[in-house]
Write a protein that binds this ligand. Structure first.
Ligand code: RIB
Length: 320
């Protein structure tokens, strides 16, 4: 039986601009091109999980505009169950403005949440059945905090483990959802959550220790091409990343979170799941857009990358 995932998060249209480099303060640069592509952390995670073999139900909101209709239809074409994706007729669909610099294999993102902000705790109640029936709940933060709180509560009541991707973090001091079974911050988010700087493996380890002291059971801090740092009752270790020719990191964290949830739902160990998730994140970085085409991002493609790395005696698990 395929693992069943319920996903809560935002749904956006990404305006992805290819830029020669990330502009510095006061700089005016000319873009090389623009792609209008589906995005949003919830949608990206739902699509990635479906491609990796899960049965996925997405809870989210789009606006009453044409973008909303197109994104909803596309999610359904990706075999994501959109029964609990509401249309907020008066709102505009969420949008994200992404700068992608191929030179630096880096990006910057500014989101306008639009209809994502109309998601209510009542919508979570209406999706109760999706929580009762799933193996894992995957949640990110581009939707109102009250809805996230209610969803974490419903997941806990249904005995469903939750994987929290604490992004995007808003202006307020971030909340710590200690009921999450595992959280997957990147370095910036780990720093915000722990309240201390994170710039390398040792500072990431210090932040993970701090989060563990504050009640988070399992932590996977993503570290880009270095891989990810795991921290749980077995201690800390670095799961090495996959060296790839990166062109666009947009959606890498989403693919990582989705892949980790899929493998944990399949009862893999945290180390195995994180290795698979690193491969999924690395694969997305080699492709343009957060939801690349099915022949580019699939379970078979992720497994092929893993197989090749194993032949080359990678990836490694390094105790810290
Ligand atoms: O994680 C990447 C996503 O963040 C983009 O697709 C964009 O929509 C923003 O929400």
């Amino acid at each position: 039986m395929p693992p069943r995932l319920t996903v809560l998060g935002n749904i956006n249209l990404d305006f992805s601009l290819q830029v020669p480099h990330i502009p510095s303060k006061g700089e005016n640069v000319i873009a090389d091109g623009l792609d209008l592509v589906p995005g949003g952390k919830g949608a990206n995670q739902a699509v990635a999980a479906a491609r990796l073999g899960a049965e996925v139900v997405l809870i989210g909101c789009v606006g009453g505009d044409n973008y909303g209709r197109v994104l909803r239809k596309r999610l359904a074409q990706e075999s994501v169950n959109v029964r609990f994706v509401e249309t907020a007729e008066e709102a505009i669909t969420g949008m994200a403005f992404v700068w992608v610099s191929q030179a630096e294999a880096d990006n910057r993102i500014v989101s306008l949440l639009g209809a994502n902000l109309t998601l209510t705790p009542q919508q979570i109640e209406q999706a109760h059945r999706a929580f009762e029936r799933c193996d894992f709940f995957l949640v990110s933060l581009g939707v109102p905090e009250e809805a996230v709180n209610r969803a974490m509560q419903v997941a806990a009541d249904c005995g469903v483990p939750a994987l929290l991707d604490p992004a995007p973090l808003g202006k307020k001091p971030p909340q710590l959802w200690t009921s999450a079974s595992v959280i997957v911050p990147n370095e910036t988010e780990a720093a915000r959550l722990a309240g201390q700087p994170v710039s390398d493996v040792s500072s990431a380890l210090a932040a993970a220790r701090r989060l563990a002291q504050r009640g988070i059971e399992r932590i996977a801090i993503t570290l880009g091409e270095k891989g990810c740092l795991l921290y749980d009752e077995e201690g800390a270790r670095l799961i090495s990343g996959f060296p790839v020719q990166a062109v666009d990191p947009t959606g890498a964290g989403d693919a990582f979170a989705a892949a980790l949830a899929v493998r944990l739902a399949e009862e893999a160990s945290l180390d195995e799941a994180a290795t698979f998730a690193n491969a999924a994140g690395a694969l997305i970085c080699t492709l343009r857009g957060a939801q690349p085409k099915a022949d580019q991002f699939s379970r078979a493609k992720v497994e092929a990358l893993l197989k090749k790395a194993r032949r080359d005696k990678k990836p490694k698990v390094e105790p810290l």
